[in-house]
Ligand binder design. Structure first.
Ligand code: ADP
Ligand code: MG
Length: 605
């Protein structure tokens, strides 16, 4: 689609649909029964929590089984302060939020370092602990709870009907959904969406992944806390049971049912499960002729079915029948970005050509008994293209990981322009101007090409999460996307910017990674087999691009198996075999080196 087309297109069905839904939601309490209003209130309250779960688990890949506890924090804080200390309910909300944030930060410090299955288990542990805290701390009323929570008031007006509360709840839901959508569509949002790819890619772009894990954890806690605060004033009574592990699992289930592909998924999940639960609680006891929480069993079975049949939740299925645009949305800010109004991103001052840039000294990397890199040393000057070649398993990618801080050397040192960098975190090394691509491409397949590439520019602008949620970041966003666009055009992917990254050919995905690395404005570019999967013409274009970068003062360290490509491009070569450096020099020297011929051809008589 051309630029003029997307700036001209009027209201599409995809834009009208949310308006229609919004109107229906606004009109609902005027026409439906009191019972339905109650149900919709519960759906709204659950949506808030499920939205947090969706952000945390669906988008960020962190599974929490403890979100109901944060709902409890919101509910109990206001219940205690309003009944025992006679605070106004509106004043208890900030207190509850601060408390939830503090608890979330504490728990994040303990649990978010856990990886794999330990994280969900950790969240179960504190989820249960907080539940028992609600049940057992003096002053919280034990299992009977706290009664007499006052209603909310707006001036003189008392919100004591479900219908009035309905609007308050759903305004909160709409604000929450929009804030999360804004956040995801921003610089910090792309960092958050990159978390799932595993840390290495995001960190190599300078993203502090630990920080963003905490951010989404706190965000989810805040949403849950607001839900709890509303709940306490709707029901006007709190006891521990709605904040138990069971409920946490239900919230997580709602997020899974809705799916993370769309922010409204959480609302869909909350609706489906709340209605289903209500219906099953009515139906099952009549069918089985005894009472009990049988719906839990049905939920469990549905969960298994869903995980087998529709892993990305119901939203993609719903989207298929609705007039929702399946094309990746063109970021609206980009329409202005190509105009003259954008301040381009600041560029790094590049060192002068011929200056010493990188020095690898006697580096060793052991993996258990295997020595993947064995006392390798080499140097690179500014404005040089250095090839790192060697048979498979020689230790080339490991060397990349040692230089970029993904791995720490077992011994030896890496220096960048007179500074030792081998003990620095990956993102610190990115800050200093080293960008890289990966042998096994690391992209977010469901994000658009341009958004993937913009992750590379993460460090070139700042901006807070709150600013992003409030849409105060549009100038930054324009600048970042314009830069991503510029680099995409440069690597020859200009016409694929708005496709899903996963739909690109493998060769194009490698070029995407090159564009992403270029977005960081690097002084040293590390490319791990960038030409694999490219056609002849594309390889030539890539070689021209790399020569152009060299002329601009960007140095390139290149791992590549295509010898024609390498030999005509590089200034010098380092050859590795079985973890050791066996030769170095210019292409002619290396090609005639007996050790190299031996390594590549197994020796020729
Ligand atoms: P190259 O990129 O030159 O093909 P690699 O650096 O990927 O080689 O691998 C060098 C050696 O180190 C191989 O034997 C590989 O199996 C091993 N290796 C690489 N990464 C790891 C790891 N994380 N754990 C254990 N062994 C590894
Ligand atoms: Mg490799």
């Amino acid at each position: 689609m051309s630029r003029t087309e997307w700036s001209r297109s009027g209201l599409s069905a995809a834009q009208v649909l949310p308006l229609v839904v919004l109107l229906a939601v606004a009109a609902a309490p005027l026409v439906v029964s009191e019972f339905s209003v109650t149900l919709m209130n519960y759906i709204g309250l659950a949506s808030l929590v499920a939205l947090g779960c969706s952000l945390l688990t669906g988008v960020g890949g962190l599974t929490s089984f403890g979100q109901a506890a944060f709902v409890g924090v919101g509910a109990y804080t206001t219940a205690v302060l309003t009944t025992q200390y006679e605070w106004s309910p509106w004043l208890t909300l900030p207190v509850a939020l601060v408390l939830a944030i503090v608890i979330a930060l504490l728990l994040a410090a303990i649990t978010l370092r856990l990886s794999g299955h330990f994280l969900p288990v950790g969240t179960i542990a504190w989820g249960i602990s907080l539940y028992y805290l609600f049940a057992n701390v003096a002053g919280l009323g034990g299992q009977t709870g706290i009664t007499g929570v006052p209603p909310l008031t707006l001036g003189e007006h008392v919100l004591n009907s479900g219908r009035e509360f309905y609007y308050l709840i759903w305004i909160c839901v709409v604000i929450a959904v929009i804030s999360v959508r804004n956040l995801l569509d921003s610089r910090p949002g792309r960092a958050i969406r990159a978390l799932r790819a595993g840390g290495a890619m995001a960190e190599s772009c300078g993203v502090d992944t630990g920080h963003y894990r905490v951010v989404i954890f706190v965000y989810a806690a805040v949403l849950a806390c607001v839900s709890g605060w509303l709940y306490a004033h709707l029901i006007r009574f709190v006891n521990p049971s709605p904040f138990s592990l069971n409920l946490s699992i239900e919230y997580l289930f709602m997020a899974v049912v809705g799916g993370a592909s769309h922010v409204w998924g959480a609302v869909v999940g909350a609706t489906v499960l709340t209605v289903l639960k209500q219906w099953l609680q009515d139906l099952l006891p009549r069918l089985i002729h005894s009472s009990g929480n049988y719906e839990t069993i049905v939920f469990g079975m549905l969960m298994v079915l869903l995980l087998q049949r529709a892993r990305s939740g119901l939203m993609p299925l719903i989207a298929r029948v609705l007039p929702i645009d399946r094309k990746v949305q063109v970021p609206a800010v980009l329409a202005d970005a190509t105009g003259s109004a954008v301040t381009p991103l600041a560029q790094r001052v590049r060192p002068a050509a011929g200056e010493s840039l990188l020095e690898v000294r006697e580096v060793v990397k052991r993996f258990g008994g295997l020595i993947a890199v064995n006392r390798v040393s080499f140097e690179m000057q500014t404005g040089e293209i250095l090839g790192l070649i060697g048979p498979n398993g020689a230790g080339k990618s490991t060397m990349f990981n040692l230089i970029t801080g993904v791995l720490e050397p077992s011994s030896g040192q890496v220096w960048l322009r007179g500074e030792r960098i081998d003990r620095l975190a990956s993102r610190r090394i990115a800050e200093r101007g080293i960008a890289r691509t990966f042998q096994h491409v690391q992209i977010r397949p469901l994000m658009s090409v341009i958004e993937n590439v913009a992750i590379g520019a993460h460090l070139r602008r700042g901006g807070s999460v709150v600013g992003a949620a409030l849409r105060l970041d549009r100038e930054t966003e324009r600048a970042l996307l314009a830069e991503a666009q510029r680099q995409l055009i440069r690597v020859g992917l200009g016409d694929q910017m708005f496709n899903q990254a996963g739909s690109l050919s493998l060769g194009a995905q490698r070029l995407l990674e090159v564009a992403r690395a270029l977005c960081a404005d690097p002084m040293l570019l590390l490319l791990d087999e960038p030409a694999a999967g490219l056609r002849y013409q594309e390889k030539r274009a890539l070689a021209d691009l790399l020569r152009g970068l060299r002329d601009e003062g960007v140095s390139v360290l290149l791992v590549e198996h295509d010898m024609d490509f390498v030999m005509t491009l590089v200034d010098r070569l380092v050859v590795m075999q079985f973890g050791e450096k066996i030769a170095s020099g210019n292409p002619a020297q290396v090609q005639s080196d007996p050790a190299v011929i031996e390594a590549y051809l197994g020796g020729i008589e």
